[in-house]
Write a protein that binds this ligand. Structure first.
Ligand code: RP5
Length: 292
């Protein structure tokens, strides 16, 4: 087996959602069954597997969340568009077992929905906004070890875990992914929610134009710590690159909404990021032949 294929399989095992004993946002009260690598695939028999079922009480009844699977008025259309809710997975057709959708990457050590709104795939969008790192004379900086230019991306620090991340967010029902990408970037990295009408309109116009030229980087599963056996996050990640650094690259950043900090971060292989965002960042590096 090639090294590339081995690396791919290793990553496909989803780790972040198994690596914490306690499920996020539960004050260490809801624990996961620890799932060893070899027991992750559903087709590996594990008869004693009987994890906790947990759905956070604060999501019950929210307009953005599904009802309980046992609700007699809930008739989800799995693996397809369900009205304006996208229940299709980028990972292919997922199984439904005893009425519950099964995580396509395998066991996570927790049943239920956790804090996720949807059973099955929860669709997100991640804008990867990049520019070159430049010195005081405005020359692109080259890394002395790799002899490649250093790429930077706009990263936010998440309020929930404190980790640095791509400023992504969930796709609202009926919303185009292109709109989610713009909305999330403007809310989390430019704080438009707290700007006045005139500023917001100006920002929308500039971002709208800049976001016309996106390059698809990735669509698929995110190894998010909130994933469960029956609910998981998938994303579409798109790169918006400011080559000259004069448009969005020169914009003043300001953290908003779910972000407590925002900044341009130098990209390198030693970055530590939320969920599996480092895998998305690695793809943008390959696209621009940048330092890694
Ligand atoms: C990640 O969580 C996605 O890649 C996206 O960045 C983010 C969406 O969740 P929220 O930031 O809305 O909590 O899995």
């Amino acid at each position: 087996m090639s090294l590339g294929r081995l690396t791919h399989l290793f990553r496909m095992l989803h780790r972040k959602c198994r690596s914490h004993y306690y499920y996020p946002r539960t004050n260490n009260t809801k624990s996961r069954v620890q799932v060893p690598d070899e027991k992750v695939p559903w087709d590996t028999k594990w008869e004693e597997y009987n994890p906790l079922t947990y759905t956070a009480s604060h999501i019950v009844g929210q307009p953005w969340a599904d009802p309980d699977i046992t609700d007699s008025n809930f008739h989800p259309q799995w693996n397809k568009m369900d009205g304006n809710i996208n229940r299709e997975s980028y990972m292919g057709v997922y199984q439904i077992v005893d009425s519950y959708p099964l995580n396509p990457l395998g066991r996570t050590g927790l049943r239920g929905r956790g804090v996720l709104g949807r059973w099955g795939p929860n669709h997100a969008a991640d804008p990867v906004v990049t520019r070159w790192r430049r010195d005081k004379s405005d020359n692109v900086e080259i890394h002395q070890n790799t002899n490649k230019p250093i790429l930077q991306f706009v990263a936010i620090q998440r309020r929930d875990t404190g980790e640095w991340a791509i400023p992504g967010g969930m796709v609202d029902p009926g919303e185009m992914v292109t709109s989610t990408l713009k909305r999330e970037f403007m809310e989390e990295a430019l704080n438009v929610l707290e700007s006045d009408y005139a500023e917001r309109e100006k920002c929308k116009a500039t971002i709208g134009k800049f976001f016309e030229e996106g390059e698809n980087l990735y669509r698929g599963y995110v190894d998010d710590p909130r994933n469960t056996d029956n609910a998981w996050i998938e994303t579409v990640a798109v790169n918006f690159h400011d080559d000259s650094g004069t448009s969005v690259g020169a914009f003043p950043l300001c953290a908003g909404d779910d972000a407590v900090n925002v900044r341009w971060v130098d990209i390198g292989c030693d970055l530590s990021l939320y969920a599996s965002h480092i895998d998305i960042i690695e793809k943008v590096v390959a696209r621009h032949i940048a330092h890694w």
